[in-house]
Write a protein of this length. Structure first.
Length: 551
């Protein structure tokens, strides 16, 4: 018999009570070896608060309301009562637990659920499509809550909202996998970058650890995008000598996969956006005869000049009027990297070599121009030219670097003019007053830290009434709990926010606060995991103290 979901819940409860990273890793690594092959990947994902592999475009499609309805049904009450309980407790998991406790006194029979059964129920939910899908999902969620004990209910609810809040982030789980199966953590990380699913990596670490170093990217399993740090041309040349300078396009990132005549394209959040971008898919499919995975930026153009990001984003993820929008907004791909070619993963090859292969297999007009320079003045000339052409700035890349998925390191440095901003997760809001009555007037923002979200401040300025109305429409269905004038929101939306200064502060759980925060825009292309981390906020604070500017 497999691991009971009850035991999983007990482990979560135990971990929630531990604050030391090493102890958490040790506890989890002790559990992994005794899980069977089916449960191991499921456990590894669940403990991070994730249900499906990160490359997968599946999702549960369960909002707070559906969850409340299911719980209400199981405990024999109305949605309003569940909502009130959640408002009173301020945490969905704990509120569900308490409601189930009351019910437990009156009912006797539950059918024990194990980890795999819960996972299979989740799979059925993700597969439910069409008109009847909500009813079907509700039925499944009712079935699950009808068969759990109160403690299981706490974590089942949080897992469904993909927010476990026990502090087991990717880094901790990676370390636990390495420790459990006695393999080098760098191998685990390497395989994780290629497979983009720690669950599958854990299984491989147990079955065939040697194979961890040989894993290849699988077409149609997108990998995380490599990211950049802010920096300067001078420092990058001083550190590396010759560098590769490219324009920094103000568009939207994509990853294009093609095998034979099958092609798909993914957004930066790894959503499948093939249906929204038929023109880009066609262009790229026809631009090469090879099987490839390409990395690049989609830009909007009009009369040969790039148009701002807002135009691009209106085409991404669009499900309706794809064709008429296509006529209004012309998009072109600018490809700057290649990760896979005819069955072979190129991630570990030096960038300069990947670049040569890219030029050899892709039609020239779609390859982003690149300038190899070792003289700062020459690099600055490219920078000036980039701005003249209407681009955001330049990217300064290290020619002998590997492709490191998901890593925001110094191998890619971005240089652009302008003020610094932070991308922060919206975790709450406050009802507005006066003209802003009936919508949210300010928003509580947080940084992320190993799966936890820690507030850094509120933003209310920089938002026009029109934008406020849009933000309300965007966030109103994500309300989890109310308390007085404040609401707690399901953390899904990322705001880009400007600020005058980062200060240390005892008022917010992050230990920092922002002076004069100012709303810039919603980062629809960014996921919560990609928002500013506590670590990088601390680094920015240090740089600011040392008087280093952003450029
Ligand atoms: P920003 O808000 O400055 O765009 P970001 O947080 O979205 O930054 P970064 O990793 O800091 O992302 O900057 C890299 C981003 O710049 C990439 O994700 C990509 O969308 C974009 N970009 C534009 N041109 C290039 C290029 N030539 N090479 C790599 N990335 C590029």
């Amino acid at each position: 018999m497999g691991m009971q979901f009850l035991e999983f819940a007990q482990i979560c409860e135990h971990l929630e009570g531990i604050s030391g990273r090493l102890e958490m890793i040790e506890q989890v690594s002790a559990v992994l070896p005794r899980l069977d092959d089916e449960e191991l990947p499921i456990f590894v994902r669940f403990i991070m608060g994730r249900v499906f592999p990160d490359w997968s475009t599946k999702n549960l499609g369960v909002g707070p309301n559906l969850l409340y309805d299911a719980v209400a049904y199981v405990v024999g009450t109305k949605r309003g009562v569940v909502r009130e309980a959640i408002n009173a407790v301020g945490d969905v998991g704990l509120a569900v637990e308490q409601l189930l406790e009351k019910k437990e006194q009156t009912s006797f029979f539950i059918q024990e659920l194990d980890l795999s059964e819960v996972y299979h129920a989740f799979e059925r939910m993700a597969a439910a499509e069409g008109q009847r899908s909500q009813r079907e999902k509700l039925r499944i969620v009712q079935g699950l809550f009808g068969n759990v004990r109160p403690l299981e209910g706490r974590y089942l609810a949080r897992l469904m909202l993909e927010e476990l809040r026990i502090g087991m982030g990717e880094g901790n789980v990676r370390d636990a996998v390495a420790r459990a199966f006695n393999v080098d953590v760098r191998l685990v990380e390497h395989a994780h970058q290629a497979m983009n699913d720690l669950g599958a990596v854990a299984l491989l670490a147990r079955r065939d650890p040697e194979a961890l170093s040989r894993v290849t990217i699988e077409p149609f399993h997108p990998v995380k995008m490599m990211l950049a740090q802010a920096g300067t041309i001078a420092a990058q040349i001083a550190d590396h000598g010759e560098v590769a300078v490219e324009y920094k396009y103000d568009g939207s990132r994509f990853q294009f996969h093609k095998v034979g005549n099958l092609s798909r394209i993914y957004s930066r959040k790894l959503e499948d956006v093939t249906g929204s971008l038929p023109d880009i898919v066609k262009i790229l499919s026809e631009a090469t005869d090879h099987d490839v995975i390409l990395d690049g930026e989609v830009v909007a153009v009009r009369d040969g000049r790039p148009m701002p990001f807002q135009y691009v984003i209106r085409r991404f993820r669009r499900k309706h009027e794809v064709n008429s929008m296509m006529e209004k907004i012309e998009l072109v791909p600018r490809v700057f990297d290649i990760l896979y070619l005819d069955g072979e993963t190129l991630m570990d090859r030096p960038f300069a070599e990947r670049r040569k292969l890219l030029e050899a297999v892709l039609a020239g007009s779609y390859v982003a121009p690149q300038f190899r320079v070792s003289d700062p003045a020459a690099a600055e000339a490219v920078y000036t030219e980039a701005l003249d052409l209407g681009h955001e700035g330049v990217m300064v890349k290290v020619p002998d670097s590997p492709y490191t998925p998901g890593v925001r390191g110094r191998l890619w440095v971005k240089v652009k003019p302008g003020v610094e901003t932070l991308d922060l997760v919206v975790v709450g809001a406050e009802w507005g007053e006066g003209r802003r009555a009936g919508m949210f007037g300010s928003f509580l923002l947080a940084v992320q830290d190993q799966g936890r979200l820690l507030p850094v401040g509120k933003v209310a300025t920089g938002i026009t009434d029109e934008v406020l109305a849009d933000l309300y429409a965007l966030l109103k269905d994500k309300v989890i709990a109310h308390s007085g004038k404040e609401v707690t929101l399901e953390p899904e939306v990322v705001f880009e926010v400007g600020y005058a200064e980062i200060q240390t502060s005892p008022n917010y759980a992050s230990g920092y606060a922002l002076r004069f925060p100012r709303f810039v825009q919603v980062r629809v292309d960014k996921s919560v995991e990609e928002a500013e981390s506590l670590e990088s906020l601390a680094e920015r604070y240090r740089q600011q103290k040392n008087g280093q500017g952003s450029l």
